[in-house]
Structures are given as C-alpha cells and as structure tokens.
Design a protein around this ligand. Structure first.
Ligand code: ZN
Ligand code: ZN
Length: 157
C-alpha cells in the first residue's frame, strides 16, 4: 500500500508502486519512481519536489533525469505541465482527464484548486471561424492569506 502524499514537504518514506501505468510506455525504474509520485500527489508539483521525494524512496532520481522523464510524459499527454506566470517554474500533474484550474501564490507557490470554470458554458467568438478549439488554460495568481499577512506586516515597519 503506497503511503499517500499529504503535504509535499512532509512525506517520510515512499513506496514506489504505481497503481496504474500508462499504455505503451516502457517501464524503467526512474520513470516508475517519477510516475508514482505524480500519481500520489494531490496537487501539481515541481520537478524539484519530485526529485526531493524520490530521494526519500528507494529509487532516487537525479533532477536532470526527472526533467527528461517529465518531458516524455508531457509529450505523451500523460502529464500536464503548467508554467507559472513571471517565473520559469513549472508544475506537473498527472493528466487525469479532469478539467481543473488553479490559483498559485506568488509568494510561497502554494497551489489552490478552483472549484469552477468561467469557460464552462462559454462560446468563443474567434476572428477565424475555421479554428477548432480543443481546450483552454487559465491561471490565477496572487497571494495566499499567510503571504498577504506577512506582506502587510512589512509595509507597517
Ligand atoms: Zn503564499
Ligand atoms: Zn476551464
């Protein structure tokens, strides 16, 4: 039974046995390790997070390898990559075919899930009528409550 990730930063030892495995992808120890972390993550994680988490498992994966594996997974549509606004930081999550958006804190990079989608019943009016829309991306950014508080404190000083 794999240990569930509660908070990315508070994982102890991980069992790297993925519950599922994508069709047509060759299994390697490193791929399995990265995949099982994504599978257990409750929110999008960075390549750094994944690397750190594998260090706590019995199959540590180097950061450069984590990136290579993620690149493959993204290419195969197994993983969704979100690049955060104004940073080069990217977050990765398993493509569970669920429609989701997130708000990301610019201070601590905390990720908050959005419960709704403003485009749910939205009929896009494109200047090129021949364009076939497949989906959309939406990213909210701002400050979480804690970061907002500490920001205000600094301003008082
Ligand atoms: Zn924050
Ligand atoms: Zn949406």
């Amino acid at each position: 039974m794999p240990i569930k990730i509660l908070e990315v930063n508070e994982v102890k030892v991980m069992d790297i046995t993925p519950l599922t495995w994508p069709n047509g992808i060759k299994k390697t120890k490193q791929r399995v390790s990265v995949y099982s972390i994504l599978e257990q993550a409750k929110q999008p994680v960075s390549a750094n997070d994944i690397c750190k988490l594998t260090e706590q498992s019995d199959c540590p994966v180097w950061l450069s390898t984590v990136y290579r594996v993620l690149e493959l997974f993204v290419k195969e549509h197994i993983v969704i990559k979100t690049t955060l606004a104004d940073t080069d930081m990217a977050l990765y999550e398993l493509n569970r075919n669920q429609h989701k958006h997130y708000a990301v804190c610019l201070g601590c990079h905390k990720v908050v899930e959005m419960d709704n989608c403003p485009f749910h019943e939205f009929d896009p009016q494109l200047s090129d009528q021949g364009f076939h829309v497949l989906g959309h991306k939406l990213e909210l950014y701002g400050y979480c409550l804690e970061c907002e508080k500490s920001k205000n404190k600094e301003q008082v000083k």
